[in-house]
Design a protein around this ligand. Structure first.
Ligand SMILES: Nc1nc2c(ncn2[C@@H]2O[C@H](COP(=O)(O)OP(=O)(O)O)[C@@H](O)[C@H]2O)c(=O)[nH]1
Ligand SMILES: [Mg+2]
Length: 295
C-alpha cells in the first residue's frame, strides 16, 4: 500500500495597505474570513485562513499593511507582520501596481528570512500594461531568489496558478489544525470584525481608526446567535458621531452587521450594541493588551 503523503505549512501574505492582502486570502481559502474595505489599515490582527484538501493543509496569514507606526496600536500591528515572517514556509509579497511598493528595509528583511518568496502583482484587472511592466522591472533588480505571479484577487484570475506555486514549497508534514477548521479565530472574533467592517463603511476620516469592537456576550442557541457588543471610542465627541442623530447611524451599522453575521454564521442573529469611551485607548499599552494586540 502506498503511504499517503500529506503537506502542510504556513504562508504569510504581506504588503502595503490596500494591496489586496485580505481579498487574496479570502480568494485562496474560498471564504470571506478577513474584512476588506477600500480604506487602508482595516486589518489589525494576524488572521489565519486555512485551506484544506485531502492531501494538504495550507495556513495563510493575512496581516496588517506595512506602515511606519505612529501610535502604539500601529506598533502592535507591525509586530504581527514580523511574527508572520518568522514562521512562514512561503512569503507572498503582494503589490498593487497602481500604488506604493514596499520599502528597501522590508525587502532586506524578506531577503534575510531565507523563506521562499513569491512576488505577486495584484489587480491585473485594473492596472495598465505599463504599470505591470514597471513592477516586473523592479522585481528584476532584487538580488535574491524569488518567483513572480500576476493575479486579480478580486476576480480570482490566476489564483489557481499561484496556489500551485505555493504548494511546490509546502513541506511534507501532518496537518497543524483540524482538517475541518477554516481559521484559528473563534466565532466571536468574526462577530467583532464584521461590526468593524460596517464602521469602516459608514463613518469617515479618523472615526473607524479610533474604534475597537469588544464582544461582551456570544450565546449560541439552537437556531440563533445572541451577540452583545461594545463599540469603544477614544472621546465623547466620537461617541456622539457613532450614535448619530436620533441614534440612526448606530442603528444602520447594527442592521448591516446583523445581516452579514447571519450570512457568515448561517443562522439568525440577535445583535445588541453599546458605545463606550475609553480615553486614548490606541496609545495605552495596557488597554491594547486587554484587547488582544500583544502576543
Ligand atoms: N480591481 C481590483 N480591486 C481589488 C483587487 N484586490 C483587492 N481589491 C480592492 O482593493 C481594496 C483593498 O483590498 P483589501 O483586501 O482590503 O487590501 P489589504 O489592505 O491589502 O488587505 C478593496 O477595495 C478591494 O476590493 C483586485 O484584484 N482587483
Ligand atoms: Mg487587509
Amino acid at each position: 500500500m502506498n503511504e499517503v503523503i500529506h503537506k502542510s505549512g504556513f504562508v504569510s501574505i504581506i504588503g502595503k495597505p490596500n494591496a489586496g492582502k485580505s481579498t487574496l486570502m479570502n480568494a485562496l481559502v474560498g471564504e470571506k474570513l478577513s474584512i476588506v474595505t477600500h480604506k487602508a489599515q482595516t486589518t489589525r490582527h494576524r488572521i489565519f485562513g486555512i485551506l484544506n484538501s485531502p492531501d494538504f493543509q495550507i495556513v495563510f496569514s493575512d496581516t496588517p499593511g506595512i506602515i511606519t507606526p505612529n501610535y502604539e496600536l500601529q506598533k502592535s500591528m507591525m509586530k504581527f507582520v514580523s511574527y508572520s515572517l518568522e514562521d512562514a514556509d512561503v512569503i507572498i509579497c503582494l503589490t498593487d501596481p497602481t500604488t506604493d511598493r514596499i520599502d528597501a528595509e522590508m525587502l532586506e528583511r524578506i531577503k534575510k528570512s531565507n523563506v521562499p518568496t513569491i512576488f505577486v502583482t495584484n489587480k491585473i484587472d485594473l492596472a495598465t500594461i505599463q504599470q505591470v511592466a514597471d513592477l516586473e522591472a523592479w522585481y528584476k533588480t532584487f538580488e535574491f531568489a524569488f518567483e513572480t505571479c500576476h493575479v486579480s484577487a478580486l476576480k480570482t484570475q490566476n489564483t489557481d496558478k499561484l496556489l500551485e506555486m505555493i504548494l511546490a514549497h509546502i513541506p511534507v508534514h501532518p496537518a497543524y489544525f483540524n482538517k475541518e477548521d477554516l481559521t484559528d479565530k473563534p466565532e466571536r472574533f468574526f462577530a467583532s470584525e464584521i461590526i468593524r467592517e460596517k464602521i469602516f463603511m459608514n463613518y469617515r476620516q479618523e472615526i473607524p481608526y479610533s474604534c475597537e469592537v469588544i464582544i461582551t456576550g456570544f450565546k449560541e442557541k439552537k437556531d440563533m446567535n445572541v451577540v452583545s457588543a461594545e463599540i469603544i471610542v477614544e472621546r465623547d465627541s466620537q461617541k456622539g458621531i457613532i450614535i448619530g442623530p436620533k441614534g440612526e447611524m448606530l442603528k444602520k451599522v447594527g442592521i448591516e452587521a446583523r445581516q452579514t453575521m447571519e450570512e457568515f454564521f448561517g443562522k439568525k442573529v440577535f445583535l445588541e450594541t453599546h458605545v463606550k469611551v475609553i480615553k486614548d485607548w490606541r496609545s495605552n499599552p495596557n488597554q491594547l493588551r486587554k484587547f488582544g494586540y500583544e502576543q
